[in-house]
Design a protein. Structure first.
Lengths: 182, 426
């Protein structure tokens, strides 16, 4: 039994050293900080899968608004259906299926559009309208207070544009902003 | 300000009349790193407690309580991520791709149960793993699985591990997470397929002990191997085994190896011959496994994002497909040259073939090892917990009359007890 014990000890110690080396090598590479999932809004093609592929009942992806890019248009193509009956807040004119965008008058002829995030389902309909015909100030982001931080994001798995990747936890958002190039 | 934006169609207004201020961004932050570290501390403490309860305290009740806590904390509260089972994929991808960073929390979740298994056996499975603990709590009426089926099904996790490592190392996704049956239960949501799988496994698990742990869990394979060289082990009896056979039926996971009865001499010769045949068969298995694995790898590569995109683009370029998919349209929008995509796809395919070969060799090695181990007859004088299979659930302890005597509980009539002066292990 002595020989067997010696063998077991040797294997165990070797494995321990190996695991220690593995841990040290990863931590040494200075990539020990956490990672979270985020959408690159410049790669996003507004396919609509964010609304359905998230493991949560209501997706952790929400529409966010870069006000500094927004043109404050009276006819917002992210807010209104194509060829709306009239430019008012009546439900039949709105593009958003859940009515999550609020339109408020600022000064003639400018209107401000604000997202009510608890209502937003991340379907990207408004993002598509805004990106195709407007300034592209509406874009999708993963909200980290909602996200459950799956080891592998199921939206990232489904994303046709490969727009969702892990980002460092200290820079958890990729907002569109003024002066940024495509 | 110069406008660099391609899509800047309407210049943002200045708001000279009202002096309206632009609202800022809301940016709710993820949980702070200290919360992640707290999870690691909880994991380490739970592992230490489980080791003590299984080996020293010998308390089934304590393990059940700890298991309930783990299901609540790691399962329902932390929603199942990050878990140790899944973290081995991050580690595999980190090893294969040096630009892929693995956070320290994920590393700790992947390695800590392994270190504990090297010291104390599979105490992680007993009551720290939310998957294991959930199934353990659900088990009400264990039914024995036929031996041949048990041996066959026990090989599935090895293959699953091999496949998961191929996909993780080549960047093809995390199949352990994708096909995790219980995480949907912890989150109360998920795809219809996985939710039904989870519920079915739980219902099965009422009668067949821990179906996921025994017949699927890839991490259990690694822990089982580590547990084989464990320093301290779960022992059925606290004293000496009297071969009373009372523990024989107590394990719902078929993890008790009975003491061997004297082997009839006539089978020894055939046994030796069989063993020789199996050892000779092994190289053949390894080579064919590697070959088949390579072929499988090539097939699996089609599932990879880059390869399937390249195939789609090729169809469109050659005019075999006239429409576009979301993925191909997105690729066209980037304006990247098609040749680069083809080259990337080729390198991904090469990596899959290589990984597939290794996986094939691994599966062949497991199958060969199984055949060899079946041909070997090992002498055992005591009833022992099988090092690979035992998940340290502590169910067998109270079936041992020595244990009952130690606890001062009534011992079943006629149960042979060890002489009072026998050397105590504890």
């Amino acid at each position: 039994m002595k020989r067997r014990d010696f063998f077991l000890n040797a294997v165990r110690s070797a494995t321990m050293v190996g695991l220690g080396g593995l841990f040290a090598s990863f931590v040494h590479k200075a990539k020990a900080d956490g990672k979270v999932w985020q959408i690159d809004p410049w790669k996003c093609t507004q396919c609509g899968l964010c609304a359905t592929e998230c493991v949560l009942e209501q997706s952790a992806v929400k529409c966010v608004h870069s006000f500094d890019i927004c043109g404050y248009c009276r006819l917002c193509t992210g807010y209104f259906e194509p060829q709306p009956n009239s430019l008012n807040t009546a439900a039949e004119n709105q593009l958003c299926p859940t009515g999550a965008i609020f339109r408020t008058f600022v000064e003639d002829p400018y209107y401000e559009y604000t997202i009510n995030e608890p209502l937003c389902v991340g379907c990207a309909k408004c993002v598509k309208g805004c990106t195709m015909f407007g300034n592209g100030s509406l874009h999708l982001q993963i909200r980290h207070n909602v996200c459950v931080h799956c080891n592998e994001c199921s939206i990232a798995r489904a994303c046709p544009a490969d727009a969702i990747h892990r980002v460092p936890v200290d820079q958890p958002y990729k907002f569109k902003s003024r002066g940024e190039q495509v | 300000m110069i406008w660099l934006l391609a899509a800047q169609r309407f210049p943002p207004p200045e708001f000279t009349e009202t002096g309206h201020k632009l609202p800022g961004f809301l940016a709710p932050l993820p949980r702070g790193p200290w919360m992640e570290h707290f999870d690691v501390i909880v994991l380490l403490m739970a592992l230490a407690l489980a080791s003590w309860l299984a080996l020293r305290g010998r308390s089934r009740r304590g393990l059940v309580a700890l298991g309930t806590f783990s299901v609540m904390y790691f399962g329902f509260w932390r929603k199942g991520c990050i878990c140790s089972i899944g973290s081995i994929q991050n580690i595999a991808q980190g090893l294969a791709d040096s630009s892929f960073g693995v956070p320290a929390t994920v590393l700790a979740f992947g390695l800590a149960p392994l270190v504990f298994a090297l010291l104390f056996g599979r105490v992680f499975c007993s009551s720290v793993c939310p998957h294991g603990a959930l199934q353990d709590l659900m088990l009400i009426k264990p039914v024995k699985v036929p031996v041949w089926l048990e041996h066959g099904l026990r090989l599935i996790p090895y293959m699953y591990l091999g496949l998961a490592m191929i996909f993780a190392a080549t960047g093809g996704g995390y199949i352990i997470c994708q096909y995790d049956p219980f995480v949907t239960i912890f989150r109360f949501s998920g795809s219809a397929l996985m939710v039904s799988c989870g519920i079915e496994l739980l219902v099965f698990g009422m009668f067949i002990g821990r179906p996921y742990c025994r017949f699927l869990c890839p991490y259990g394979v690694i822990l089982g191997m580590a547990s084989n060289v464990a320093k301290w082990r779960v022992r059925i009896t606290p004293d000496t085994c009297t071969q009373c056979r009372l523990c024989e039926q107590s394990c719902p996971f078929d993890a008790i190896n009975p003491a061997t009865i004297e082997t009839p001499s006539r089978t020894v010769k055939t046994d030796k011959r069989r063993l020789a045949a199996m050892i000779l068969l092994l190289p053949l298995l390894l080579v064919s496994g590697g070959w088949l694995g390579g072929l499988t790898g090539k097939r699996l590569a089609h599932k990879h994002r880059t390869v399937s995109l390249a195939e789609r683009i090729y169809l469109e370029e050659t005019g075999k497909a006239t429409d576009t998919t979301d993925a191909s349209a997105a690729f066209r929008a980037t304006g990247a040259p098609v040749e680069n995509l083809y080259a990337d796809a080729q390198s991904v395919r090469d990596r899959y073939v290589l990984a597939g070969r290794w996986c094939g060799v691994w599966i062949a090695l497991v199958a060969g090892g199984k055949l060899i181990s079946l041909a070997i007859r090992r002498k055992r004088y005591d009833y022992e917990a099988d090092q690979t299979r035992c998940v340290a659930c502590a169910r067998c302890f109270k079936s041992c009359p020595q244990e009952l005597q130690r606890l001062g509980l009534p011992v079943p009539e006629g149960a042979p007890l060890a002489p009072p002066n026998s050397p105590a292990i504890f």
